[in-house]
Design a protein around this ligand. Structure first.
Ligand code: MN9
Length: 296
C-alpha cells in the first residue's frame, strides 16, 4: 500500500537561545540539516521537543518556524497534546491554519482520566481541525495504554490517520496493523525499529533521528528490501548510541550535545531537566565520531 505518511521522521529537539527563549533560527537550521540528510518528516513539539515545558505561544512559534523552513519539502506533524482539551484544540486549530500536514496528541495526563474522557478528548481535537490525527500511544510516560479496541473506537469518531506507537507491546501493534491496514503506524522506540518494521509499521518517529537519520534511513530501506542482516547492523549502531545515552538522565540532553558538537547551539534543556554532567565529553565525542561524522 502506498501511503501518504511513511519513512523516518525526526521528533525534533527544541533549541533555546542563551536567555532560554525558543531559538527559531537554530530550529530552522536543524530542519535544513535534516532535509539534506534525507529525512521524510518532522514531528514538532513532542516529548523530545520538551512540549510540556513550552508555553502555548512558544509551541505555535516553533511550528511556524519549522513549516516556513521546510517549505513543503518533507511532511510536518504538529504534536498538539495537552492536559486540557481546550488547549489541545487551540493548538490543533493553529496547526491547521499554519499549514501542517497532520496533528498528533498524547492522551491527557496526570489525572487518571477514564477511557471515555480520553476518547472524547481525541474526538474534540479531531473536530477542531481538518487535519488527520495520529494518536500518540506512550504508556510509559502518559500512564495510558491505547488498546486495539480503543483505537477502533477512535477510528469511528473522526479522521484517525495513524498511531505513533511508543511501546514494546508488539502484540498490540500487530493487532492494530491487521485490523487497520490503511492507517500509518509509526514505531516509537528507536532501539526497536527493526521489530516495529517487522510487525508492519510504516516508518518511525524518534528522537535519535535528529542525529542518526542516515543510519535509520538505511535500516528502513534494508528492511523494505528484506535484507535482515544489514538492517540489524544498522539497529546495532542506533542501539549503541541509545545504550550510551542511558548513562545520562535523559537522551535529549545527549542528542543536543551531539548536535552542538556538529556546529549547532542547542542551549541545553529546560529546567527541571538537568544539563550534561561533567565528564560527558568523551561519550559525546565517541557518538559524534562513530555514528554522525562518517554518515555526513
Ligand atoms: O517516542 C521517543 N521517546 C521519547 C519517541 O522521546 C521519550 C524515542 O525516540 C526515544 O527517545 C528513544 C530512546 O529510548 O527510543
Amino acid at each position: 500500500m502506498n501511503k501518504r505518511f511513511q519513512g523516518i521522521y525526526a521528533a525534533l529537539v527544541t533549541p533555546y537561545t542563551e536567555d532560554g527563549a525558543v531559538n527559531c533560527r537554530e530550529a530552522k537550521k536543524l530542519v535544513r540539516y535534516l532535509l539534506a540528510k534525507g529525512i521524510d518528516g518532522f514531528y514538532v513539539g513532542g516529548s523530545t521537543g520538551e512540549a510540556f515545558l513550552l508555553t502555548q505561544e512558544e509551541r505555535k512559534l516553533l511550528l511556524e518556524a519549522v513549516l516556513e523552513e521546510n517549505n513543503g519539502q518533507a511532511k510536518v506533524i504538529a504534536h498538539v497534546g495537552q492536559i486540557s482539551t481546550d488547549l489541545a484544540c487551540d493548538l490543533a486549530r493553529h496547526a491547521s491554519k499554519a499549514g501542517a500536514h497532520g496533528v498528533s496528541a498524547i492522551s491527557p495526563f496526570y489525572y487518571k482520566f477514564s477511557l471515555k474522557e480520553i476518547e472524547e478528548y481525541y474526538r474534540d481535537i479531531m473536530d477542531a481541525s481538518d487535519l488527520p490525527m495520529f494518536v500518540y500511544n506512550f504508556p510509559n510516560l502518559s500512564g495510558f495504554s491505547l488498546s486495539p479496541e480503543a483505537l477502533d473506537d477512535l477510528c469511528r469518531m473522526g479522521d484517525v490517520a495513524g498511531v505513533k506507537f511508543t511501546s514494546n507491546n508488539f502484540f498490540d501493534m500487530e493487532r492494530m496493523r491487521r485490523k487497520h491496514p490503511e492507517l500509518t503506524i509509526w514505531n516509537g522506540y528507536d532501539e526497536m525499529l527493526c521489530c516495529g518494521l517487522m510487525t508492519g509499521a510504516d516508518g518511525a518517529v524518534g528522537s535519535t533521528y535528529n542525529i542518526l537519520c542516515p543510519i535509520a534511513k538505511k535500516l528502513y530501506e534494508h528492511m523494505r528490501e528484506g535484507r535482515m542482516e544489514e538492517a540489524r547492523q544498522c539497529q546495532d549502531k542506533i542501539n549503541r548510541m541509545v545504550a550510551v545515552s542511558k548513562r545520562y538522565p535523559n537522551i535529549f540532553v545527549v542528542i543536543k550535545a551531539v548536535l552542538d558538537r556538529d556546529g549547532f547551539s542547542m542551549g541545553g534543556l529546560r529546567k527541571p531537566f538537568l544539563g550534561l554532567p561533567q565528564g560527558a565529553g568523551a561519550d559525546i565525542e565517541m557518538i559524534y565520531r562513530e555514528f554522525v561524522e562518517p554518515f555526513s
